[in-house]
Write a protein of this length. Structure first.
Lengths: 250, 251
């Protein structure tokens, strides 16, 4: 049993796959509602071969990269400023915490009217989604740096660059990376949602078009690819997070 | 303190002012940036006709029903996974694999299978509430203190007594945290699902129809309403859990 244990994780996914194939084959449901797994795989291969999938994927990912880079950099800057300046905090914190409460999804119709259904709207909404978690995490991360660290730096008369690079950054970075991870996952979800609602390319649009044409196989390929991308992004940042906070446990 | 409070108002007021200014810059400006008076009258109109309340009520009921289903199912599934090793081995891989797909990504698939009616939305909201509940319930088994475990062994408590007297009380704070998360997810997903499947009542449907008619003022009222209700619900939930967890020693 012990020897089998790593493999036992595979039991349920394989069982589900088999069940799916059997039920599809038995013809309990119409074929266009429950597509056999093999056919889903074939449409995946077909989408890959024609390059359609890659095209949609690169469209989605470049939007994500653009919006996320803008939003998280702004969040980083704003969060740091918010943590360091009492004046800025007095002016901006109430507005910041109020706007933070509004879910990005709820803003989609508003942004469509403001920016149109083109590229701008998607990039802006991804940037907005990324901004708030990153800003919040940065603000808390910078605030959590112990005062004594700065006092030690003052005693040793460290240079400004050393203070930031060797003391402030390592202390604040783990919290910030956690914020970035949360932001990236949310940004991906919101982007796919936007593309489902209004887009001319991208993974979400591929799913939505397939839905309208009743191509469940393509919808499933899209759903799985969305999940895999989300997982990969999260997994990568989780590794980074663990790496950067290694020194803390020691 | 007083002065500080006033300073927080400067930026929102400036933004509102800029909005109002933009709305007066010709027809194009008034299209996207509707004048504040129009927002106020839309609010009065929606409240007066009861349209806002009907849609808000529909969204809230859906969120609460889905949350209820998610909480019960999530605690059950999470407890099963935490207490029974083989069940965990069977369920965990599937659960974590399915969890990776964004909630709103399921909507097209679920809509194809269940149509775009109430049942599809309810399923999506329940699933959204289920994930955090399972995770938090499962994780809270680690919250059991070693001393309590040892005491249970010394007293030779039966399995049922262990569950009732030790495991369950230890898990309650974790579960409460899960409910708070699940509430937020359920609310967002409820509104999101209404945006996609905009048949029937709900704030999301109201917004989608307003978008089609380019009625920015209705969208603004809806967004305000969504933000406010979400905030109020999580505030109530925090208050409730704090009251229910009074017995806990402060750590």
């Amino acid at each position: 049993m012990r020897l089998l244990s790593p493999l036992s994780w595979l039991i349920s996914p394989l069982a589900l796959l088999t069940l799916w194939a059997l039920v599809a084959k038995a013809g309990l449901f119409p074929v266009n509602l429950l597509v056999p797994p093999l056919e889903v795989w074939h449409s995946f291969a077909e989408l890959l071969a024609t390059g359609e999938l890659q095209e949609h994927l690169s469209g989605s990912l470049s939007r994500l990269a653009l919006g996320f880079a803008g939003g998280s950099l702004a969040g980083l800057a704003f969060g740091t400023a918010l943590a360091l300046s009492k004046t800025l905090e007095a002016y901006c914190a109430p507005l910041f915490h109020t706007l933070r409460q509004i879910p990005s999804i709820a803003l989609i119709p508003m942004f469509v009217l403001l920016f149109g259904v083109d590229e701008t709207f998607k990039v802006v909404i991804v940037a907005k989604t990324a901004f708030f978690p990153v800003a919040l995490a940065t603000c808390e991360g910078v605030r959590a740096i112990p005062r004594s660290h700065f006092e030690v730096a003052a005693v040793y008369r460290l240079r400004w660059t050393t203070l930031v690079g060797r003391i402030a950054l390592p202390a604040a970075v783990p919290a910030i990376v956690t914020g970035v991870r949360v932001a990236l996952t949310r940004a991906w979800v919101v982007l796919v949602a936007c593309e489902l609602l209004a887009a001319d390319s991208g993974l979400g649009q591929m799913i939505e078009m397939a839905r309208q044409m009743l191509r469940i196989d393509v919808v499933m390929v899209g759903v799985v690819v969305t999940g895999v991308i989300g997982f990969t992004l999260d997994f990568g940042l989780r590794r980074l997070e663990r790496r950067l906070s290694n020194w803390q446990s020691r | 303190m007083k002065v500080r409070d006033m300073r927080g108002l400067v930026l929102p007021l400036l933004m509102v002012g800029a909005w109002e200014y933009a709305s007066r810059q010709g027809a194009a400006g008034a299209y996207a940036f509707v004048p504040l008076a129009q927002v106020a009258s839309a609010m009065a109109e929606l409240l007066g006709s009861g349209e806002l309340l009907i849609n808000l009520w529909a969204s809230l009921t859906r969120t609460c029903t889905g949350l209820g289903v998610g909480i019960v199912g999530g605690i059950g599934l999470g407890a099963l996974m935490a207490l029974c090793g083989p069940a965990n081995r069977l369920i965990a891989p599937l659960f974590h694999a399915l969890r990776q797909v964004p909630m709103l990504g399921w909507i097209p698939l679920i809509a194809l299978w269940l149509g775009n009616g109430e049942s599809a939305k309810l399923l999506i909201v329940s699933l959204a509430a289920l994930y955090p509940m399972v995770l938090n319930t499962f994780e809270s088994r680690r919250q059991v203190e070693g001393q309590h475990r040892e005491a249970a062994q010394v007293l030779m408590l039966s399995r049922w007594q262990q569950l009732r007297l030790i495991l369950l009380p230890a898990a309650v704070p974790g579960i409460a945290a899960g409910v708070l998360q699940a509430l937020a997810f359920a609310w967002v997903t409820s509104v999101g699902s209404e945006l996609f499947l905009s048949s029937g009542a709900g704030l999301g449907s109201l917004m989608m129809n307003a978008e089609a008619a380019a009625r920015m003022e209705i969208i603004i009222v809806c967004v305000l309403c969504i933000g406010l209700s979400g905030y109020l619900m999580s505030w109530l939930c925090t208050l409730l859990s704090r009251r229910l967890l009074r017995w806990r020693p402060n750590r």
